[in-house]
Design a protein around this ligand. Structure first.
Ligand SMILES: NC(=O)c1ccc[n+]([C@@H]2O[C@H](COP(=O)([O-])OP(=O)(O)OC[C@H]3O[C@@H](n4cnc5c(N)ncnc54)[C@H](OP(=O)(O)O)[C@@H]3O)[C@@H](O)[C@H]2O)c1
Length: 284
């Protein structure tokens, strides 16, 4: 068994299998998620090593770089292995490092889907996520445009990002929603009601910042002692906790280094008892 596959498989939208422990590409861009990576060759190695380790689920967005993360994915992995699934997003514009402004006008979302198809060298995007709901545009127009793209065969499944249970329910009145992606990790569990809803409804839940942007990975952080006791790294415990939390959980840890990638992927095989899970929750 290759390493990532120990995390098990989840079928996005009921028909698109992914290995649950995935990879997020945001760390492959420059400072402030702006511009190219410091080390282009290491970025390519990270992506190719992910596939070697059995990762099949890659999260990206038009806005990472912008365009850089999608371009790196195509450069490293195209032509894609049959089981590689790329989830991209649109709906956040970038006007500078660290600046993210929602734009949900239908014609803009459609343009970004077309440009992602071109950059990723794909005929259809497996999972297309509305990066943020734009409060200035009716939800029907935003999700409705994604539904049109889906009917045209340009995207296979629709996802949402940073939403409430109520928003997810409202979007499901407009189109089938296969996944949601919200901030969630051992130390930040505000999205728990949404996770429980997704678990009950069999909607994929993609936790962003699964390592709390590295805070949970620190060798001297809150998970340090538990990691030593378990013969694991702090990152591995944070990811294993997520994987145990729900069968619909699809963590996408980000890293710019092959060494950290290998550390993270090994989390797939870590077993935790109910007592150990509770102890981790009490720590963070
Ligand atoms: N939907 C949204 O609005 C949204 C928002 C943010 C992020 N995301 C997605 O979520 C993904 C994950 O978030 P993220 O990458 O920002 O944060 P993360 O996965 O929580 O943490 C990444 C940070 O942890 C460090 N790290 C990773 N593995 C490590 C290890 N084994 N040991 C020590 N340090 C380690 C990385 O540094 P190194 O590079 O040095 O390893 C990096 O600084 C993103 O890539 C993106 O795809 C989505």
């Amino acid at each position: 068994m290759n390493q990532a596959s120990a995390s098990g498989t989840y079928r996005i939208g009921g028909d698109l299998p992914v290995v649950r422990l995935g990879y997020g590409t945001m760390q492959l861009t420059g400072e402030g998620v702006w511009g190219p990576p410091k080390d282009h060759d290491e970025a390519i190695r990270v992506l190719r090593r992910s596939v070697e380790l059995g990762v099949t689920f890659f999260d990206t967005a038009d806005s990472y770089g912008p365009t850089i993360a999608e371009e790196l994915l195509a450069e490293a992995l195209h032509p894609y292995a049959d089981d590689v699934v790329i989830a991209t997003k649109a709906g956040l514009t970038r006007t500078g490092p660290g600046v993210w402004i929602p734009v949900g006008r239908p014609e803009y979302l459609r343009q970004q889907a077309e440009l992602s198809l071109r950059r990723l060298k794909l005929e259809a995007i497996d999972l297309f996520q509305l990066h943020r709901i734009d409060p200035k545009v009716p939800l029907e127009d935003q999700v409705g445009e994604l539904a049109k793209l889906q009917q045209e065969g340009k995207i296979r499944h629709i996802g949402l990002s940073e939403v409430s249970v109520e928003q997810t329910k409202a979007a499901r009145e407009i189109a089938p929603i296969a996944t949601v992606q919200n901030l969630f990790n051992l130390a930040k569990r505000d999205a728990e009601p949404l996770l429980d809803y997704c678990t009950a409804e069999d909607i994929g839940f993609i936790p962003w910042f699964p390592l709390a942007t590295g805070e949970l990975s620190k060798p001297d952080g809150v998970l340090a002692q538990a990691a030593r006791d378990h013969g694991a790294s702090p990152s591995q415990l944070a990811l294993a906790w997520l994987l145990h939390r729900s069968p619909v959980m699809l963590p996408i840890p980000g890293t710019s280094s092959v060494a950290h990638l290998e550390d993270n992927v090994a989390a797939a095989a870590i077993e935790l008892t109910a007592d150990e899970l509770a102890a981790l929750e009490a720590l963070a």
